[in-house]
Design a protein around this ligand. Sequence first.
Ligand SMILES: NC(=O)c1ccc[n+]([C@@H]2O[C@H](COP(=O)([O-])OP(=O)(O)OC[C@H]3O[C@@H](n4cnc5c(N)ncnc54)[C@H](O)[C@@H]3O)[C@@H](O)[C@H]2O)c1
Length: 285
Amino acid sequence: MQVRNRVAIVTGGASGIGRALCLALADRNAAVVVSDVDGPGAAAVAAEISGRGKRAVAVPADVSSEPDVRALVARAEQELGPIDLVCSNAGIIVAGGIDVPDEAWSRIWAINVQSHIYLARAVLPGMLARGAGYLVLTASAAGLLTQLGSAPYAVTKHAAVALAEWLSISYGDQGIGVSCLCPQAVATNLGATSQRELGALAAPGADTGAVPSAAGNGSVSRQASVDGVLTADQVAASVLAAVENEQFLVLPHPEVATYERRRAEDRDRWLAGMRRLQARLTGRS
Ligand SMILES: NC(=O)c1ccc[n+]([C@@H]2O[C@H](COP(=O)([O-])OP(=O)(O)OC[C@H]3O[C@@H](n4cnc5c(N)ncnc54)[C@H](O)[C@@H]3O)[C@@H](O)[C@H]2O)c1
């Protein structure tokens, strides 16, 4: 789908990859609904876009709340017309394993998985009636591989990839395009915004695309630079190229395709390799 002159919603639009997506879409003359639980942050991005002479509105919404998501879509349609493209991008990370408290598991599940379902429920009827529309789900390389040091992130991002595949299979022949964004490390505020969303429930950690990070410090760990830390602008450019080529998997770090192939070819070998990597990175070997 060509994005020029389209109407797009971006969740998590106040910061990082979402903000970069908003700016890149506006550069192509798309009208952008900048949505985020951080209302002032979303308003600042919308103001930046308006300052460039492009169309944008800020609509605060917590993507873990279905009423918020329904209100977001209704307001977006009222302000800008039928929605062509949705970038369901907001997400958080929680450090830890099976010891993570249930409340934190529920929070990350709601933000990293249910949000995509709520958005799809809200926009798909209109898109199907028009016979056209596009959904971009932000998952992570952790959704194709794993996230050492964060079971909740690995599990919820795998679920996001599964949902994106299911949406593509179910609606791809009815004019609905789907892409799934799976980067490794990107320089963003993910640690800090996750901490804000989690409060006292748990520590955030950082998405480094399969390798562990220093939990709670909000920064991308040194291990993440194995395949390079991308900028949010680079990732946004990859997403728009994928949408325009109607390509499902968006891999801003191309190495991920090789890792995924190796994992599929020999799961036991891949698991043994991940155990060795984990031991090396945590100083247990
Ligand atoms: N940074 C990385 O290394 C990396 C790698 C792979 C995937 N991702 C994914 O990219 C997406 C964007 O994250 P980012 O790295 O740009 O981080 P970021 O913190 O810079 O941006 C995330 C945005 O989501 C918003 N958000 C959080 N919870 C929300 C909620 N409940 N409702 C609405 N908005 C909410 C935050 O306020 C923030 O503005 C996430 O889904 C993340 O998992 C990040």
